[in-house]
Design a binder for this molecule. Structure first.
Ligand SMILES: Nc1nc2c(ncn2[C@@H]2O[C@H](COP(=O)(O)OP(=O)(O)O)[C@@H](O)[C@H]2O)c(=O)[nH]1
Ligand SMILES: [Mg+2]
Length: 305
């Protein structure tokens, strides 16, 4: 059983920086981490990647050969990756024995709430390699400074959650910059908890530019409230405490904290409903032992694929 994160979110939301910071943090707490770059539009990578989609396909080649723009080119690249999933699987196989995996995905949002190729890639890997992944969906906290943009972030987050069908954590990234955008219309809790959107609708109705979309805003807010799935964690990637708090949430969502614990269903339930406060150094040690024990099982399990 292998654990990891699928890092997604709009362009510029901080995915690549996140993969770099998160891998450093996880290594500090004793985990072996492999970062997989699946974004062919990533320029200079700040991290050392274990697998790079550029070795399979280059966005610039696709754009030139097929006369596509960057968006069409990225869709093509993801389709191509899905067709060549064996390439990725072969690259991942030696890593999954003892690594925690971070996938740095492209920022084109349609790939994660509309198209199926990126999702199919993830689902095939989950099934074939027995991965336990959490989708970490980064949204620039800047969007909170404009109620209209915040509503679009809510809708995007909800659509992505429903489409991806993975354990999912939405994150307001670059929270360290939030004060530089001026005073927010509401407290930060309002934006992270997503509990009562009527205040937001009222605020939007006061602005003549958005008042004409009143009905649309109300419908979108109703959908988000009815599903009651969206909320946000916050992140400043340079703040160790902020990254640590997020790691605790992620470890709980993909089951990392349960790894190697031999307990009854009651004990597991206690951990599941308990606070996310636990000792990650201990879990890292347990996990290492568990992965070694699990190695033989995984080999047997997948030898028939
Ligand atoms: N202040 C601040 N800047 C960040 C943070 N995360 C990312 N950035 C910056 O946001 C920009 C876009 O980040 P990048 O990782 O390339 O985004 P991507 O397109 O989603 O991969 C870069 O200039 C980063 O330095 C953060 O937590 N705080
Ligand atoms: Mg990037």
């Amino acid at each position: 059983m292998v654990f990891g994160q699928v890092v997604i979110g709009p362009p510029g939301s901080g995915k690549t920086t996140y993969c770099n910071g998160m891998s450093q943090f996880l290594q500090l707490i004793g985990r072996k981490v492999a970062v997989i770059n699946l974004d062919p539009a990533n320029d200079a990578l700040p991290y050392e990647c274990a697998v790079n989609i550029e070795d399979l396909i280059k966005l610039s080649d696709v754009m030139m050969e097929h006369g596509l723009g960057p968006n069409g080119g990225l869709v093509y690249c993801m389709d191509y990756l899905e067709k060549n999933i064996d390439w990725l699987e072969a690259k991942l196989k030696p890593l999954i024995k003892d690594h925690y995996i971070l996938f740095d995905f492209p920022g084109q949002v349609e790939l994660f709430f509309l198209h199926s190729s990126a999702k199919n890639v993830i689902m095939k890997l989950v099934k074939k390699l027995n991965l336990r992944l959490t989708a970490v969906h980064l949204v620039d906290a800047h969007l909170c400074s404009d109620p209209g943009k915040y509503v679009s972030a809510l809708l995007l987050s909800l659509s992505t959650m429903l489409h991806m069908e993975l354990p999912h954590i939405n994150v307001l990234s670059k929270i360290d910059l939030i004060e530089s955008y001026g005073k927010l219309a509401f407290n930060l809790d309002f934006y992270t908890d997503v509990e009562n959107l009527s205040y937001l609708q009222y605020s939007l109705d006061q602005d003549p530019r958005s008042a004409k979309y009143r009905k649309l805003t109300k419908e979108i807010c109703d959908v988000v409230e009815d599903y009651s799935l969206v909320n946000f964690a916050t992140l400043d990637i340079q703040d160790k405490e902020s990254v640590g708090n997020l790691v605790k949430l992620i470890d709980k969502s993909n089951g990392y904290i349960f790894a190697g614990i031999e307990a009854s269903a009651v004990e597991f339930s206690k951990i599941a409903v308990g606070p996310v406060d636990w000792d990650y150094y201990r879990v890292a040690a347990v996990q290492e032992k568990y992965m070694k024990d699990d190695e033989n099982f995984d080999d047997d399990e997948h030898s028939g694929d």
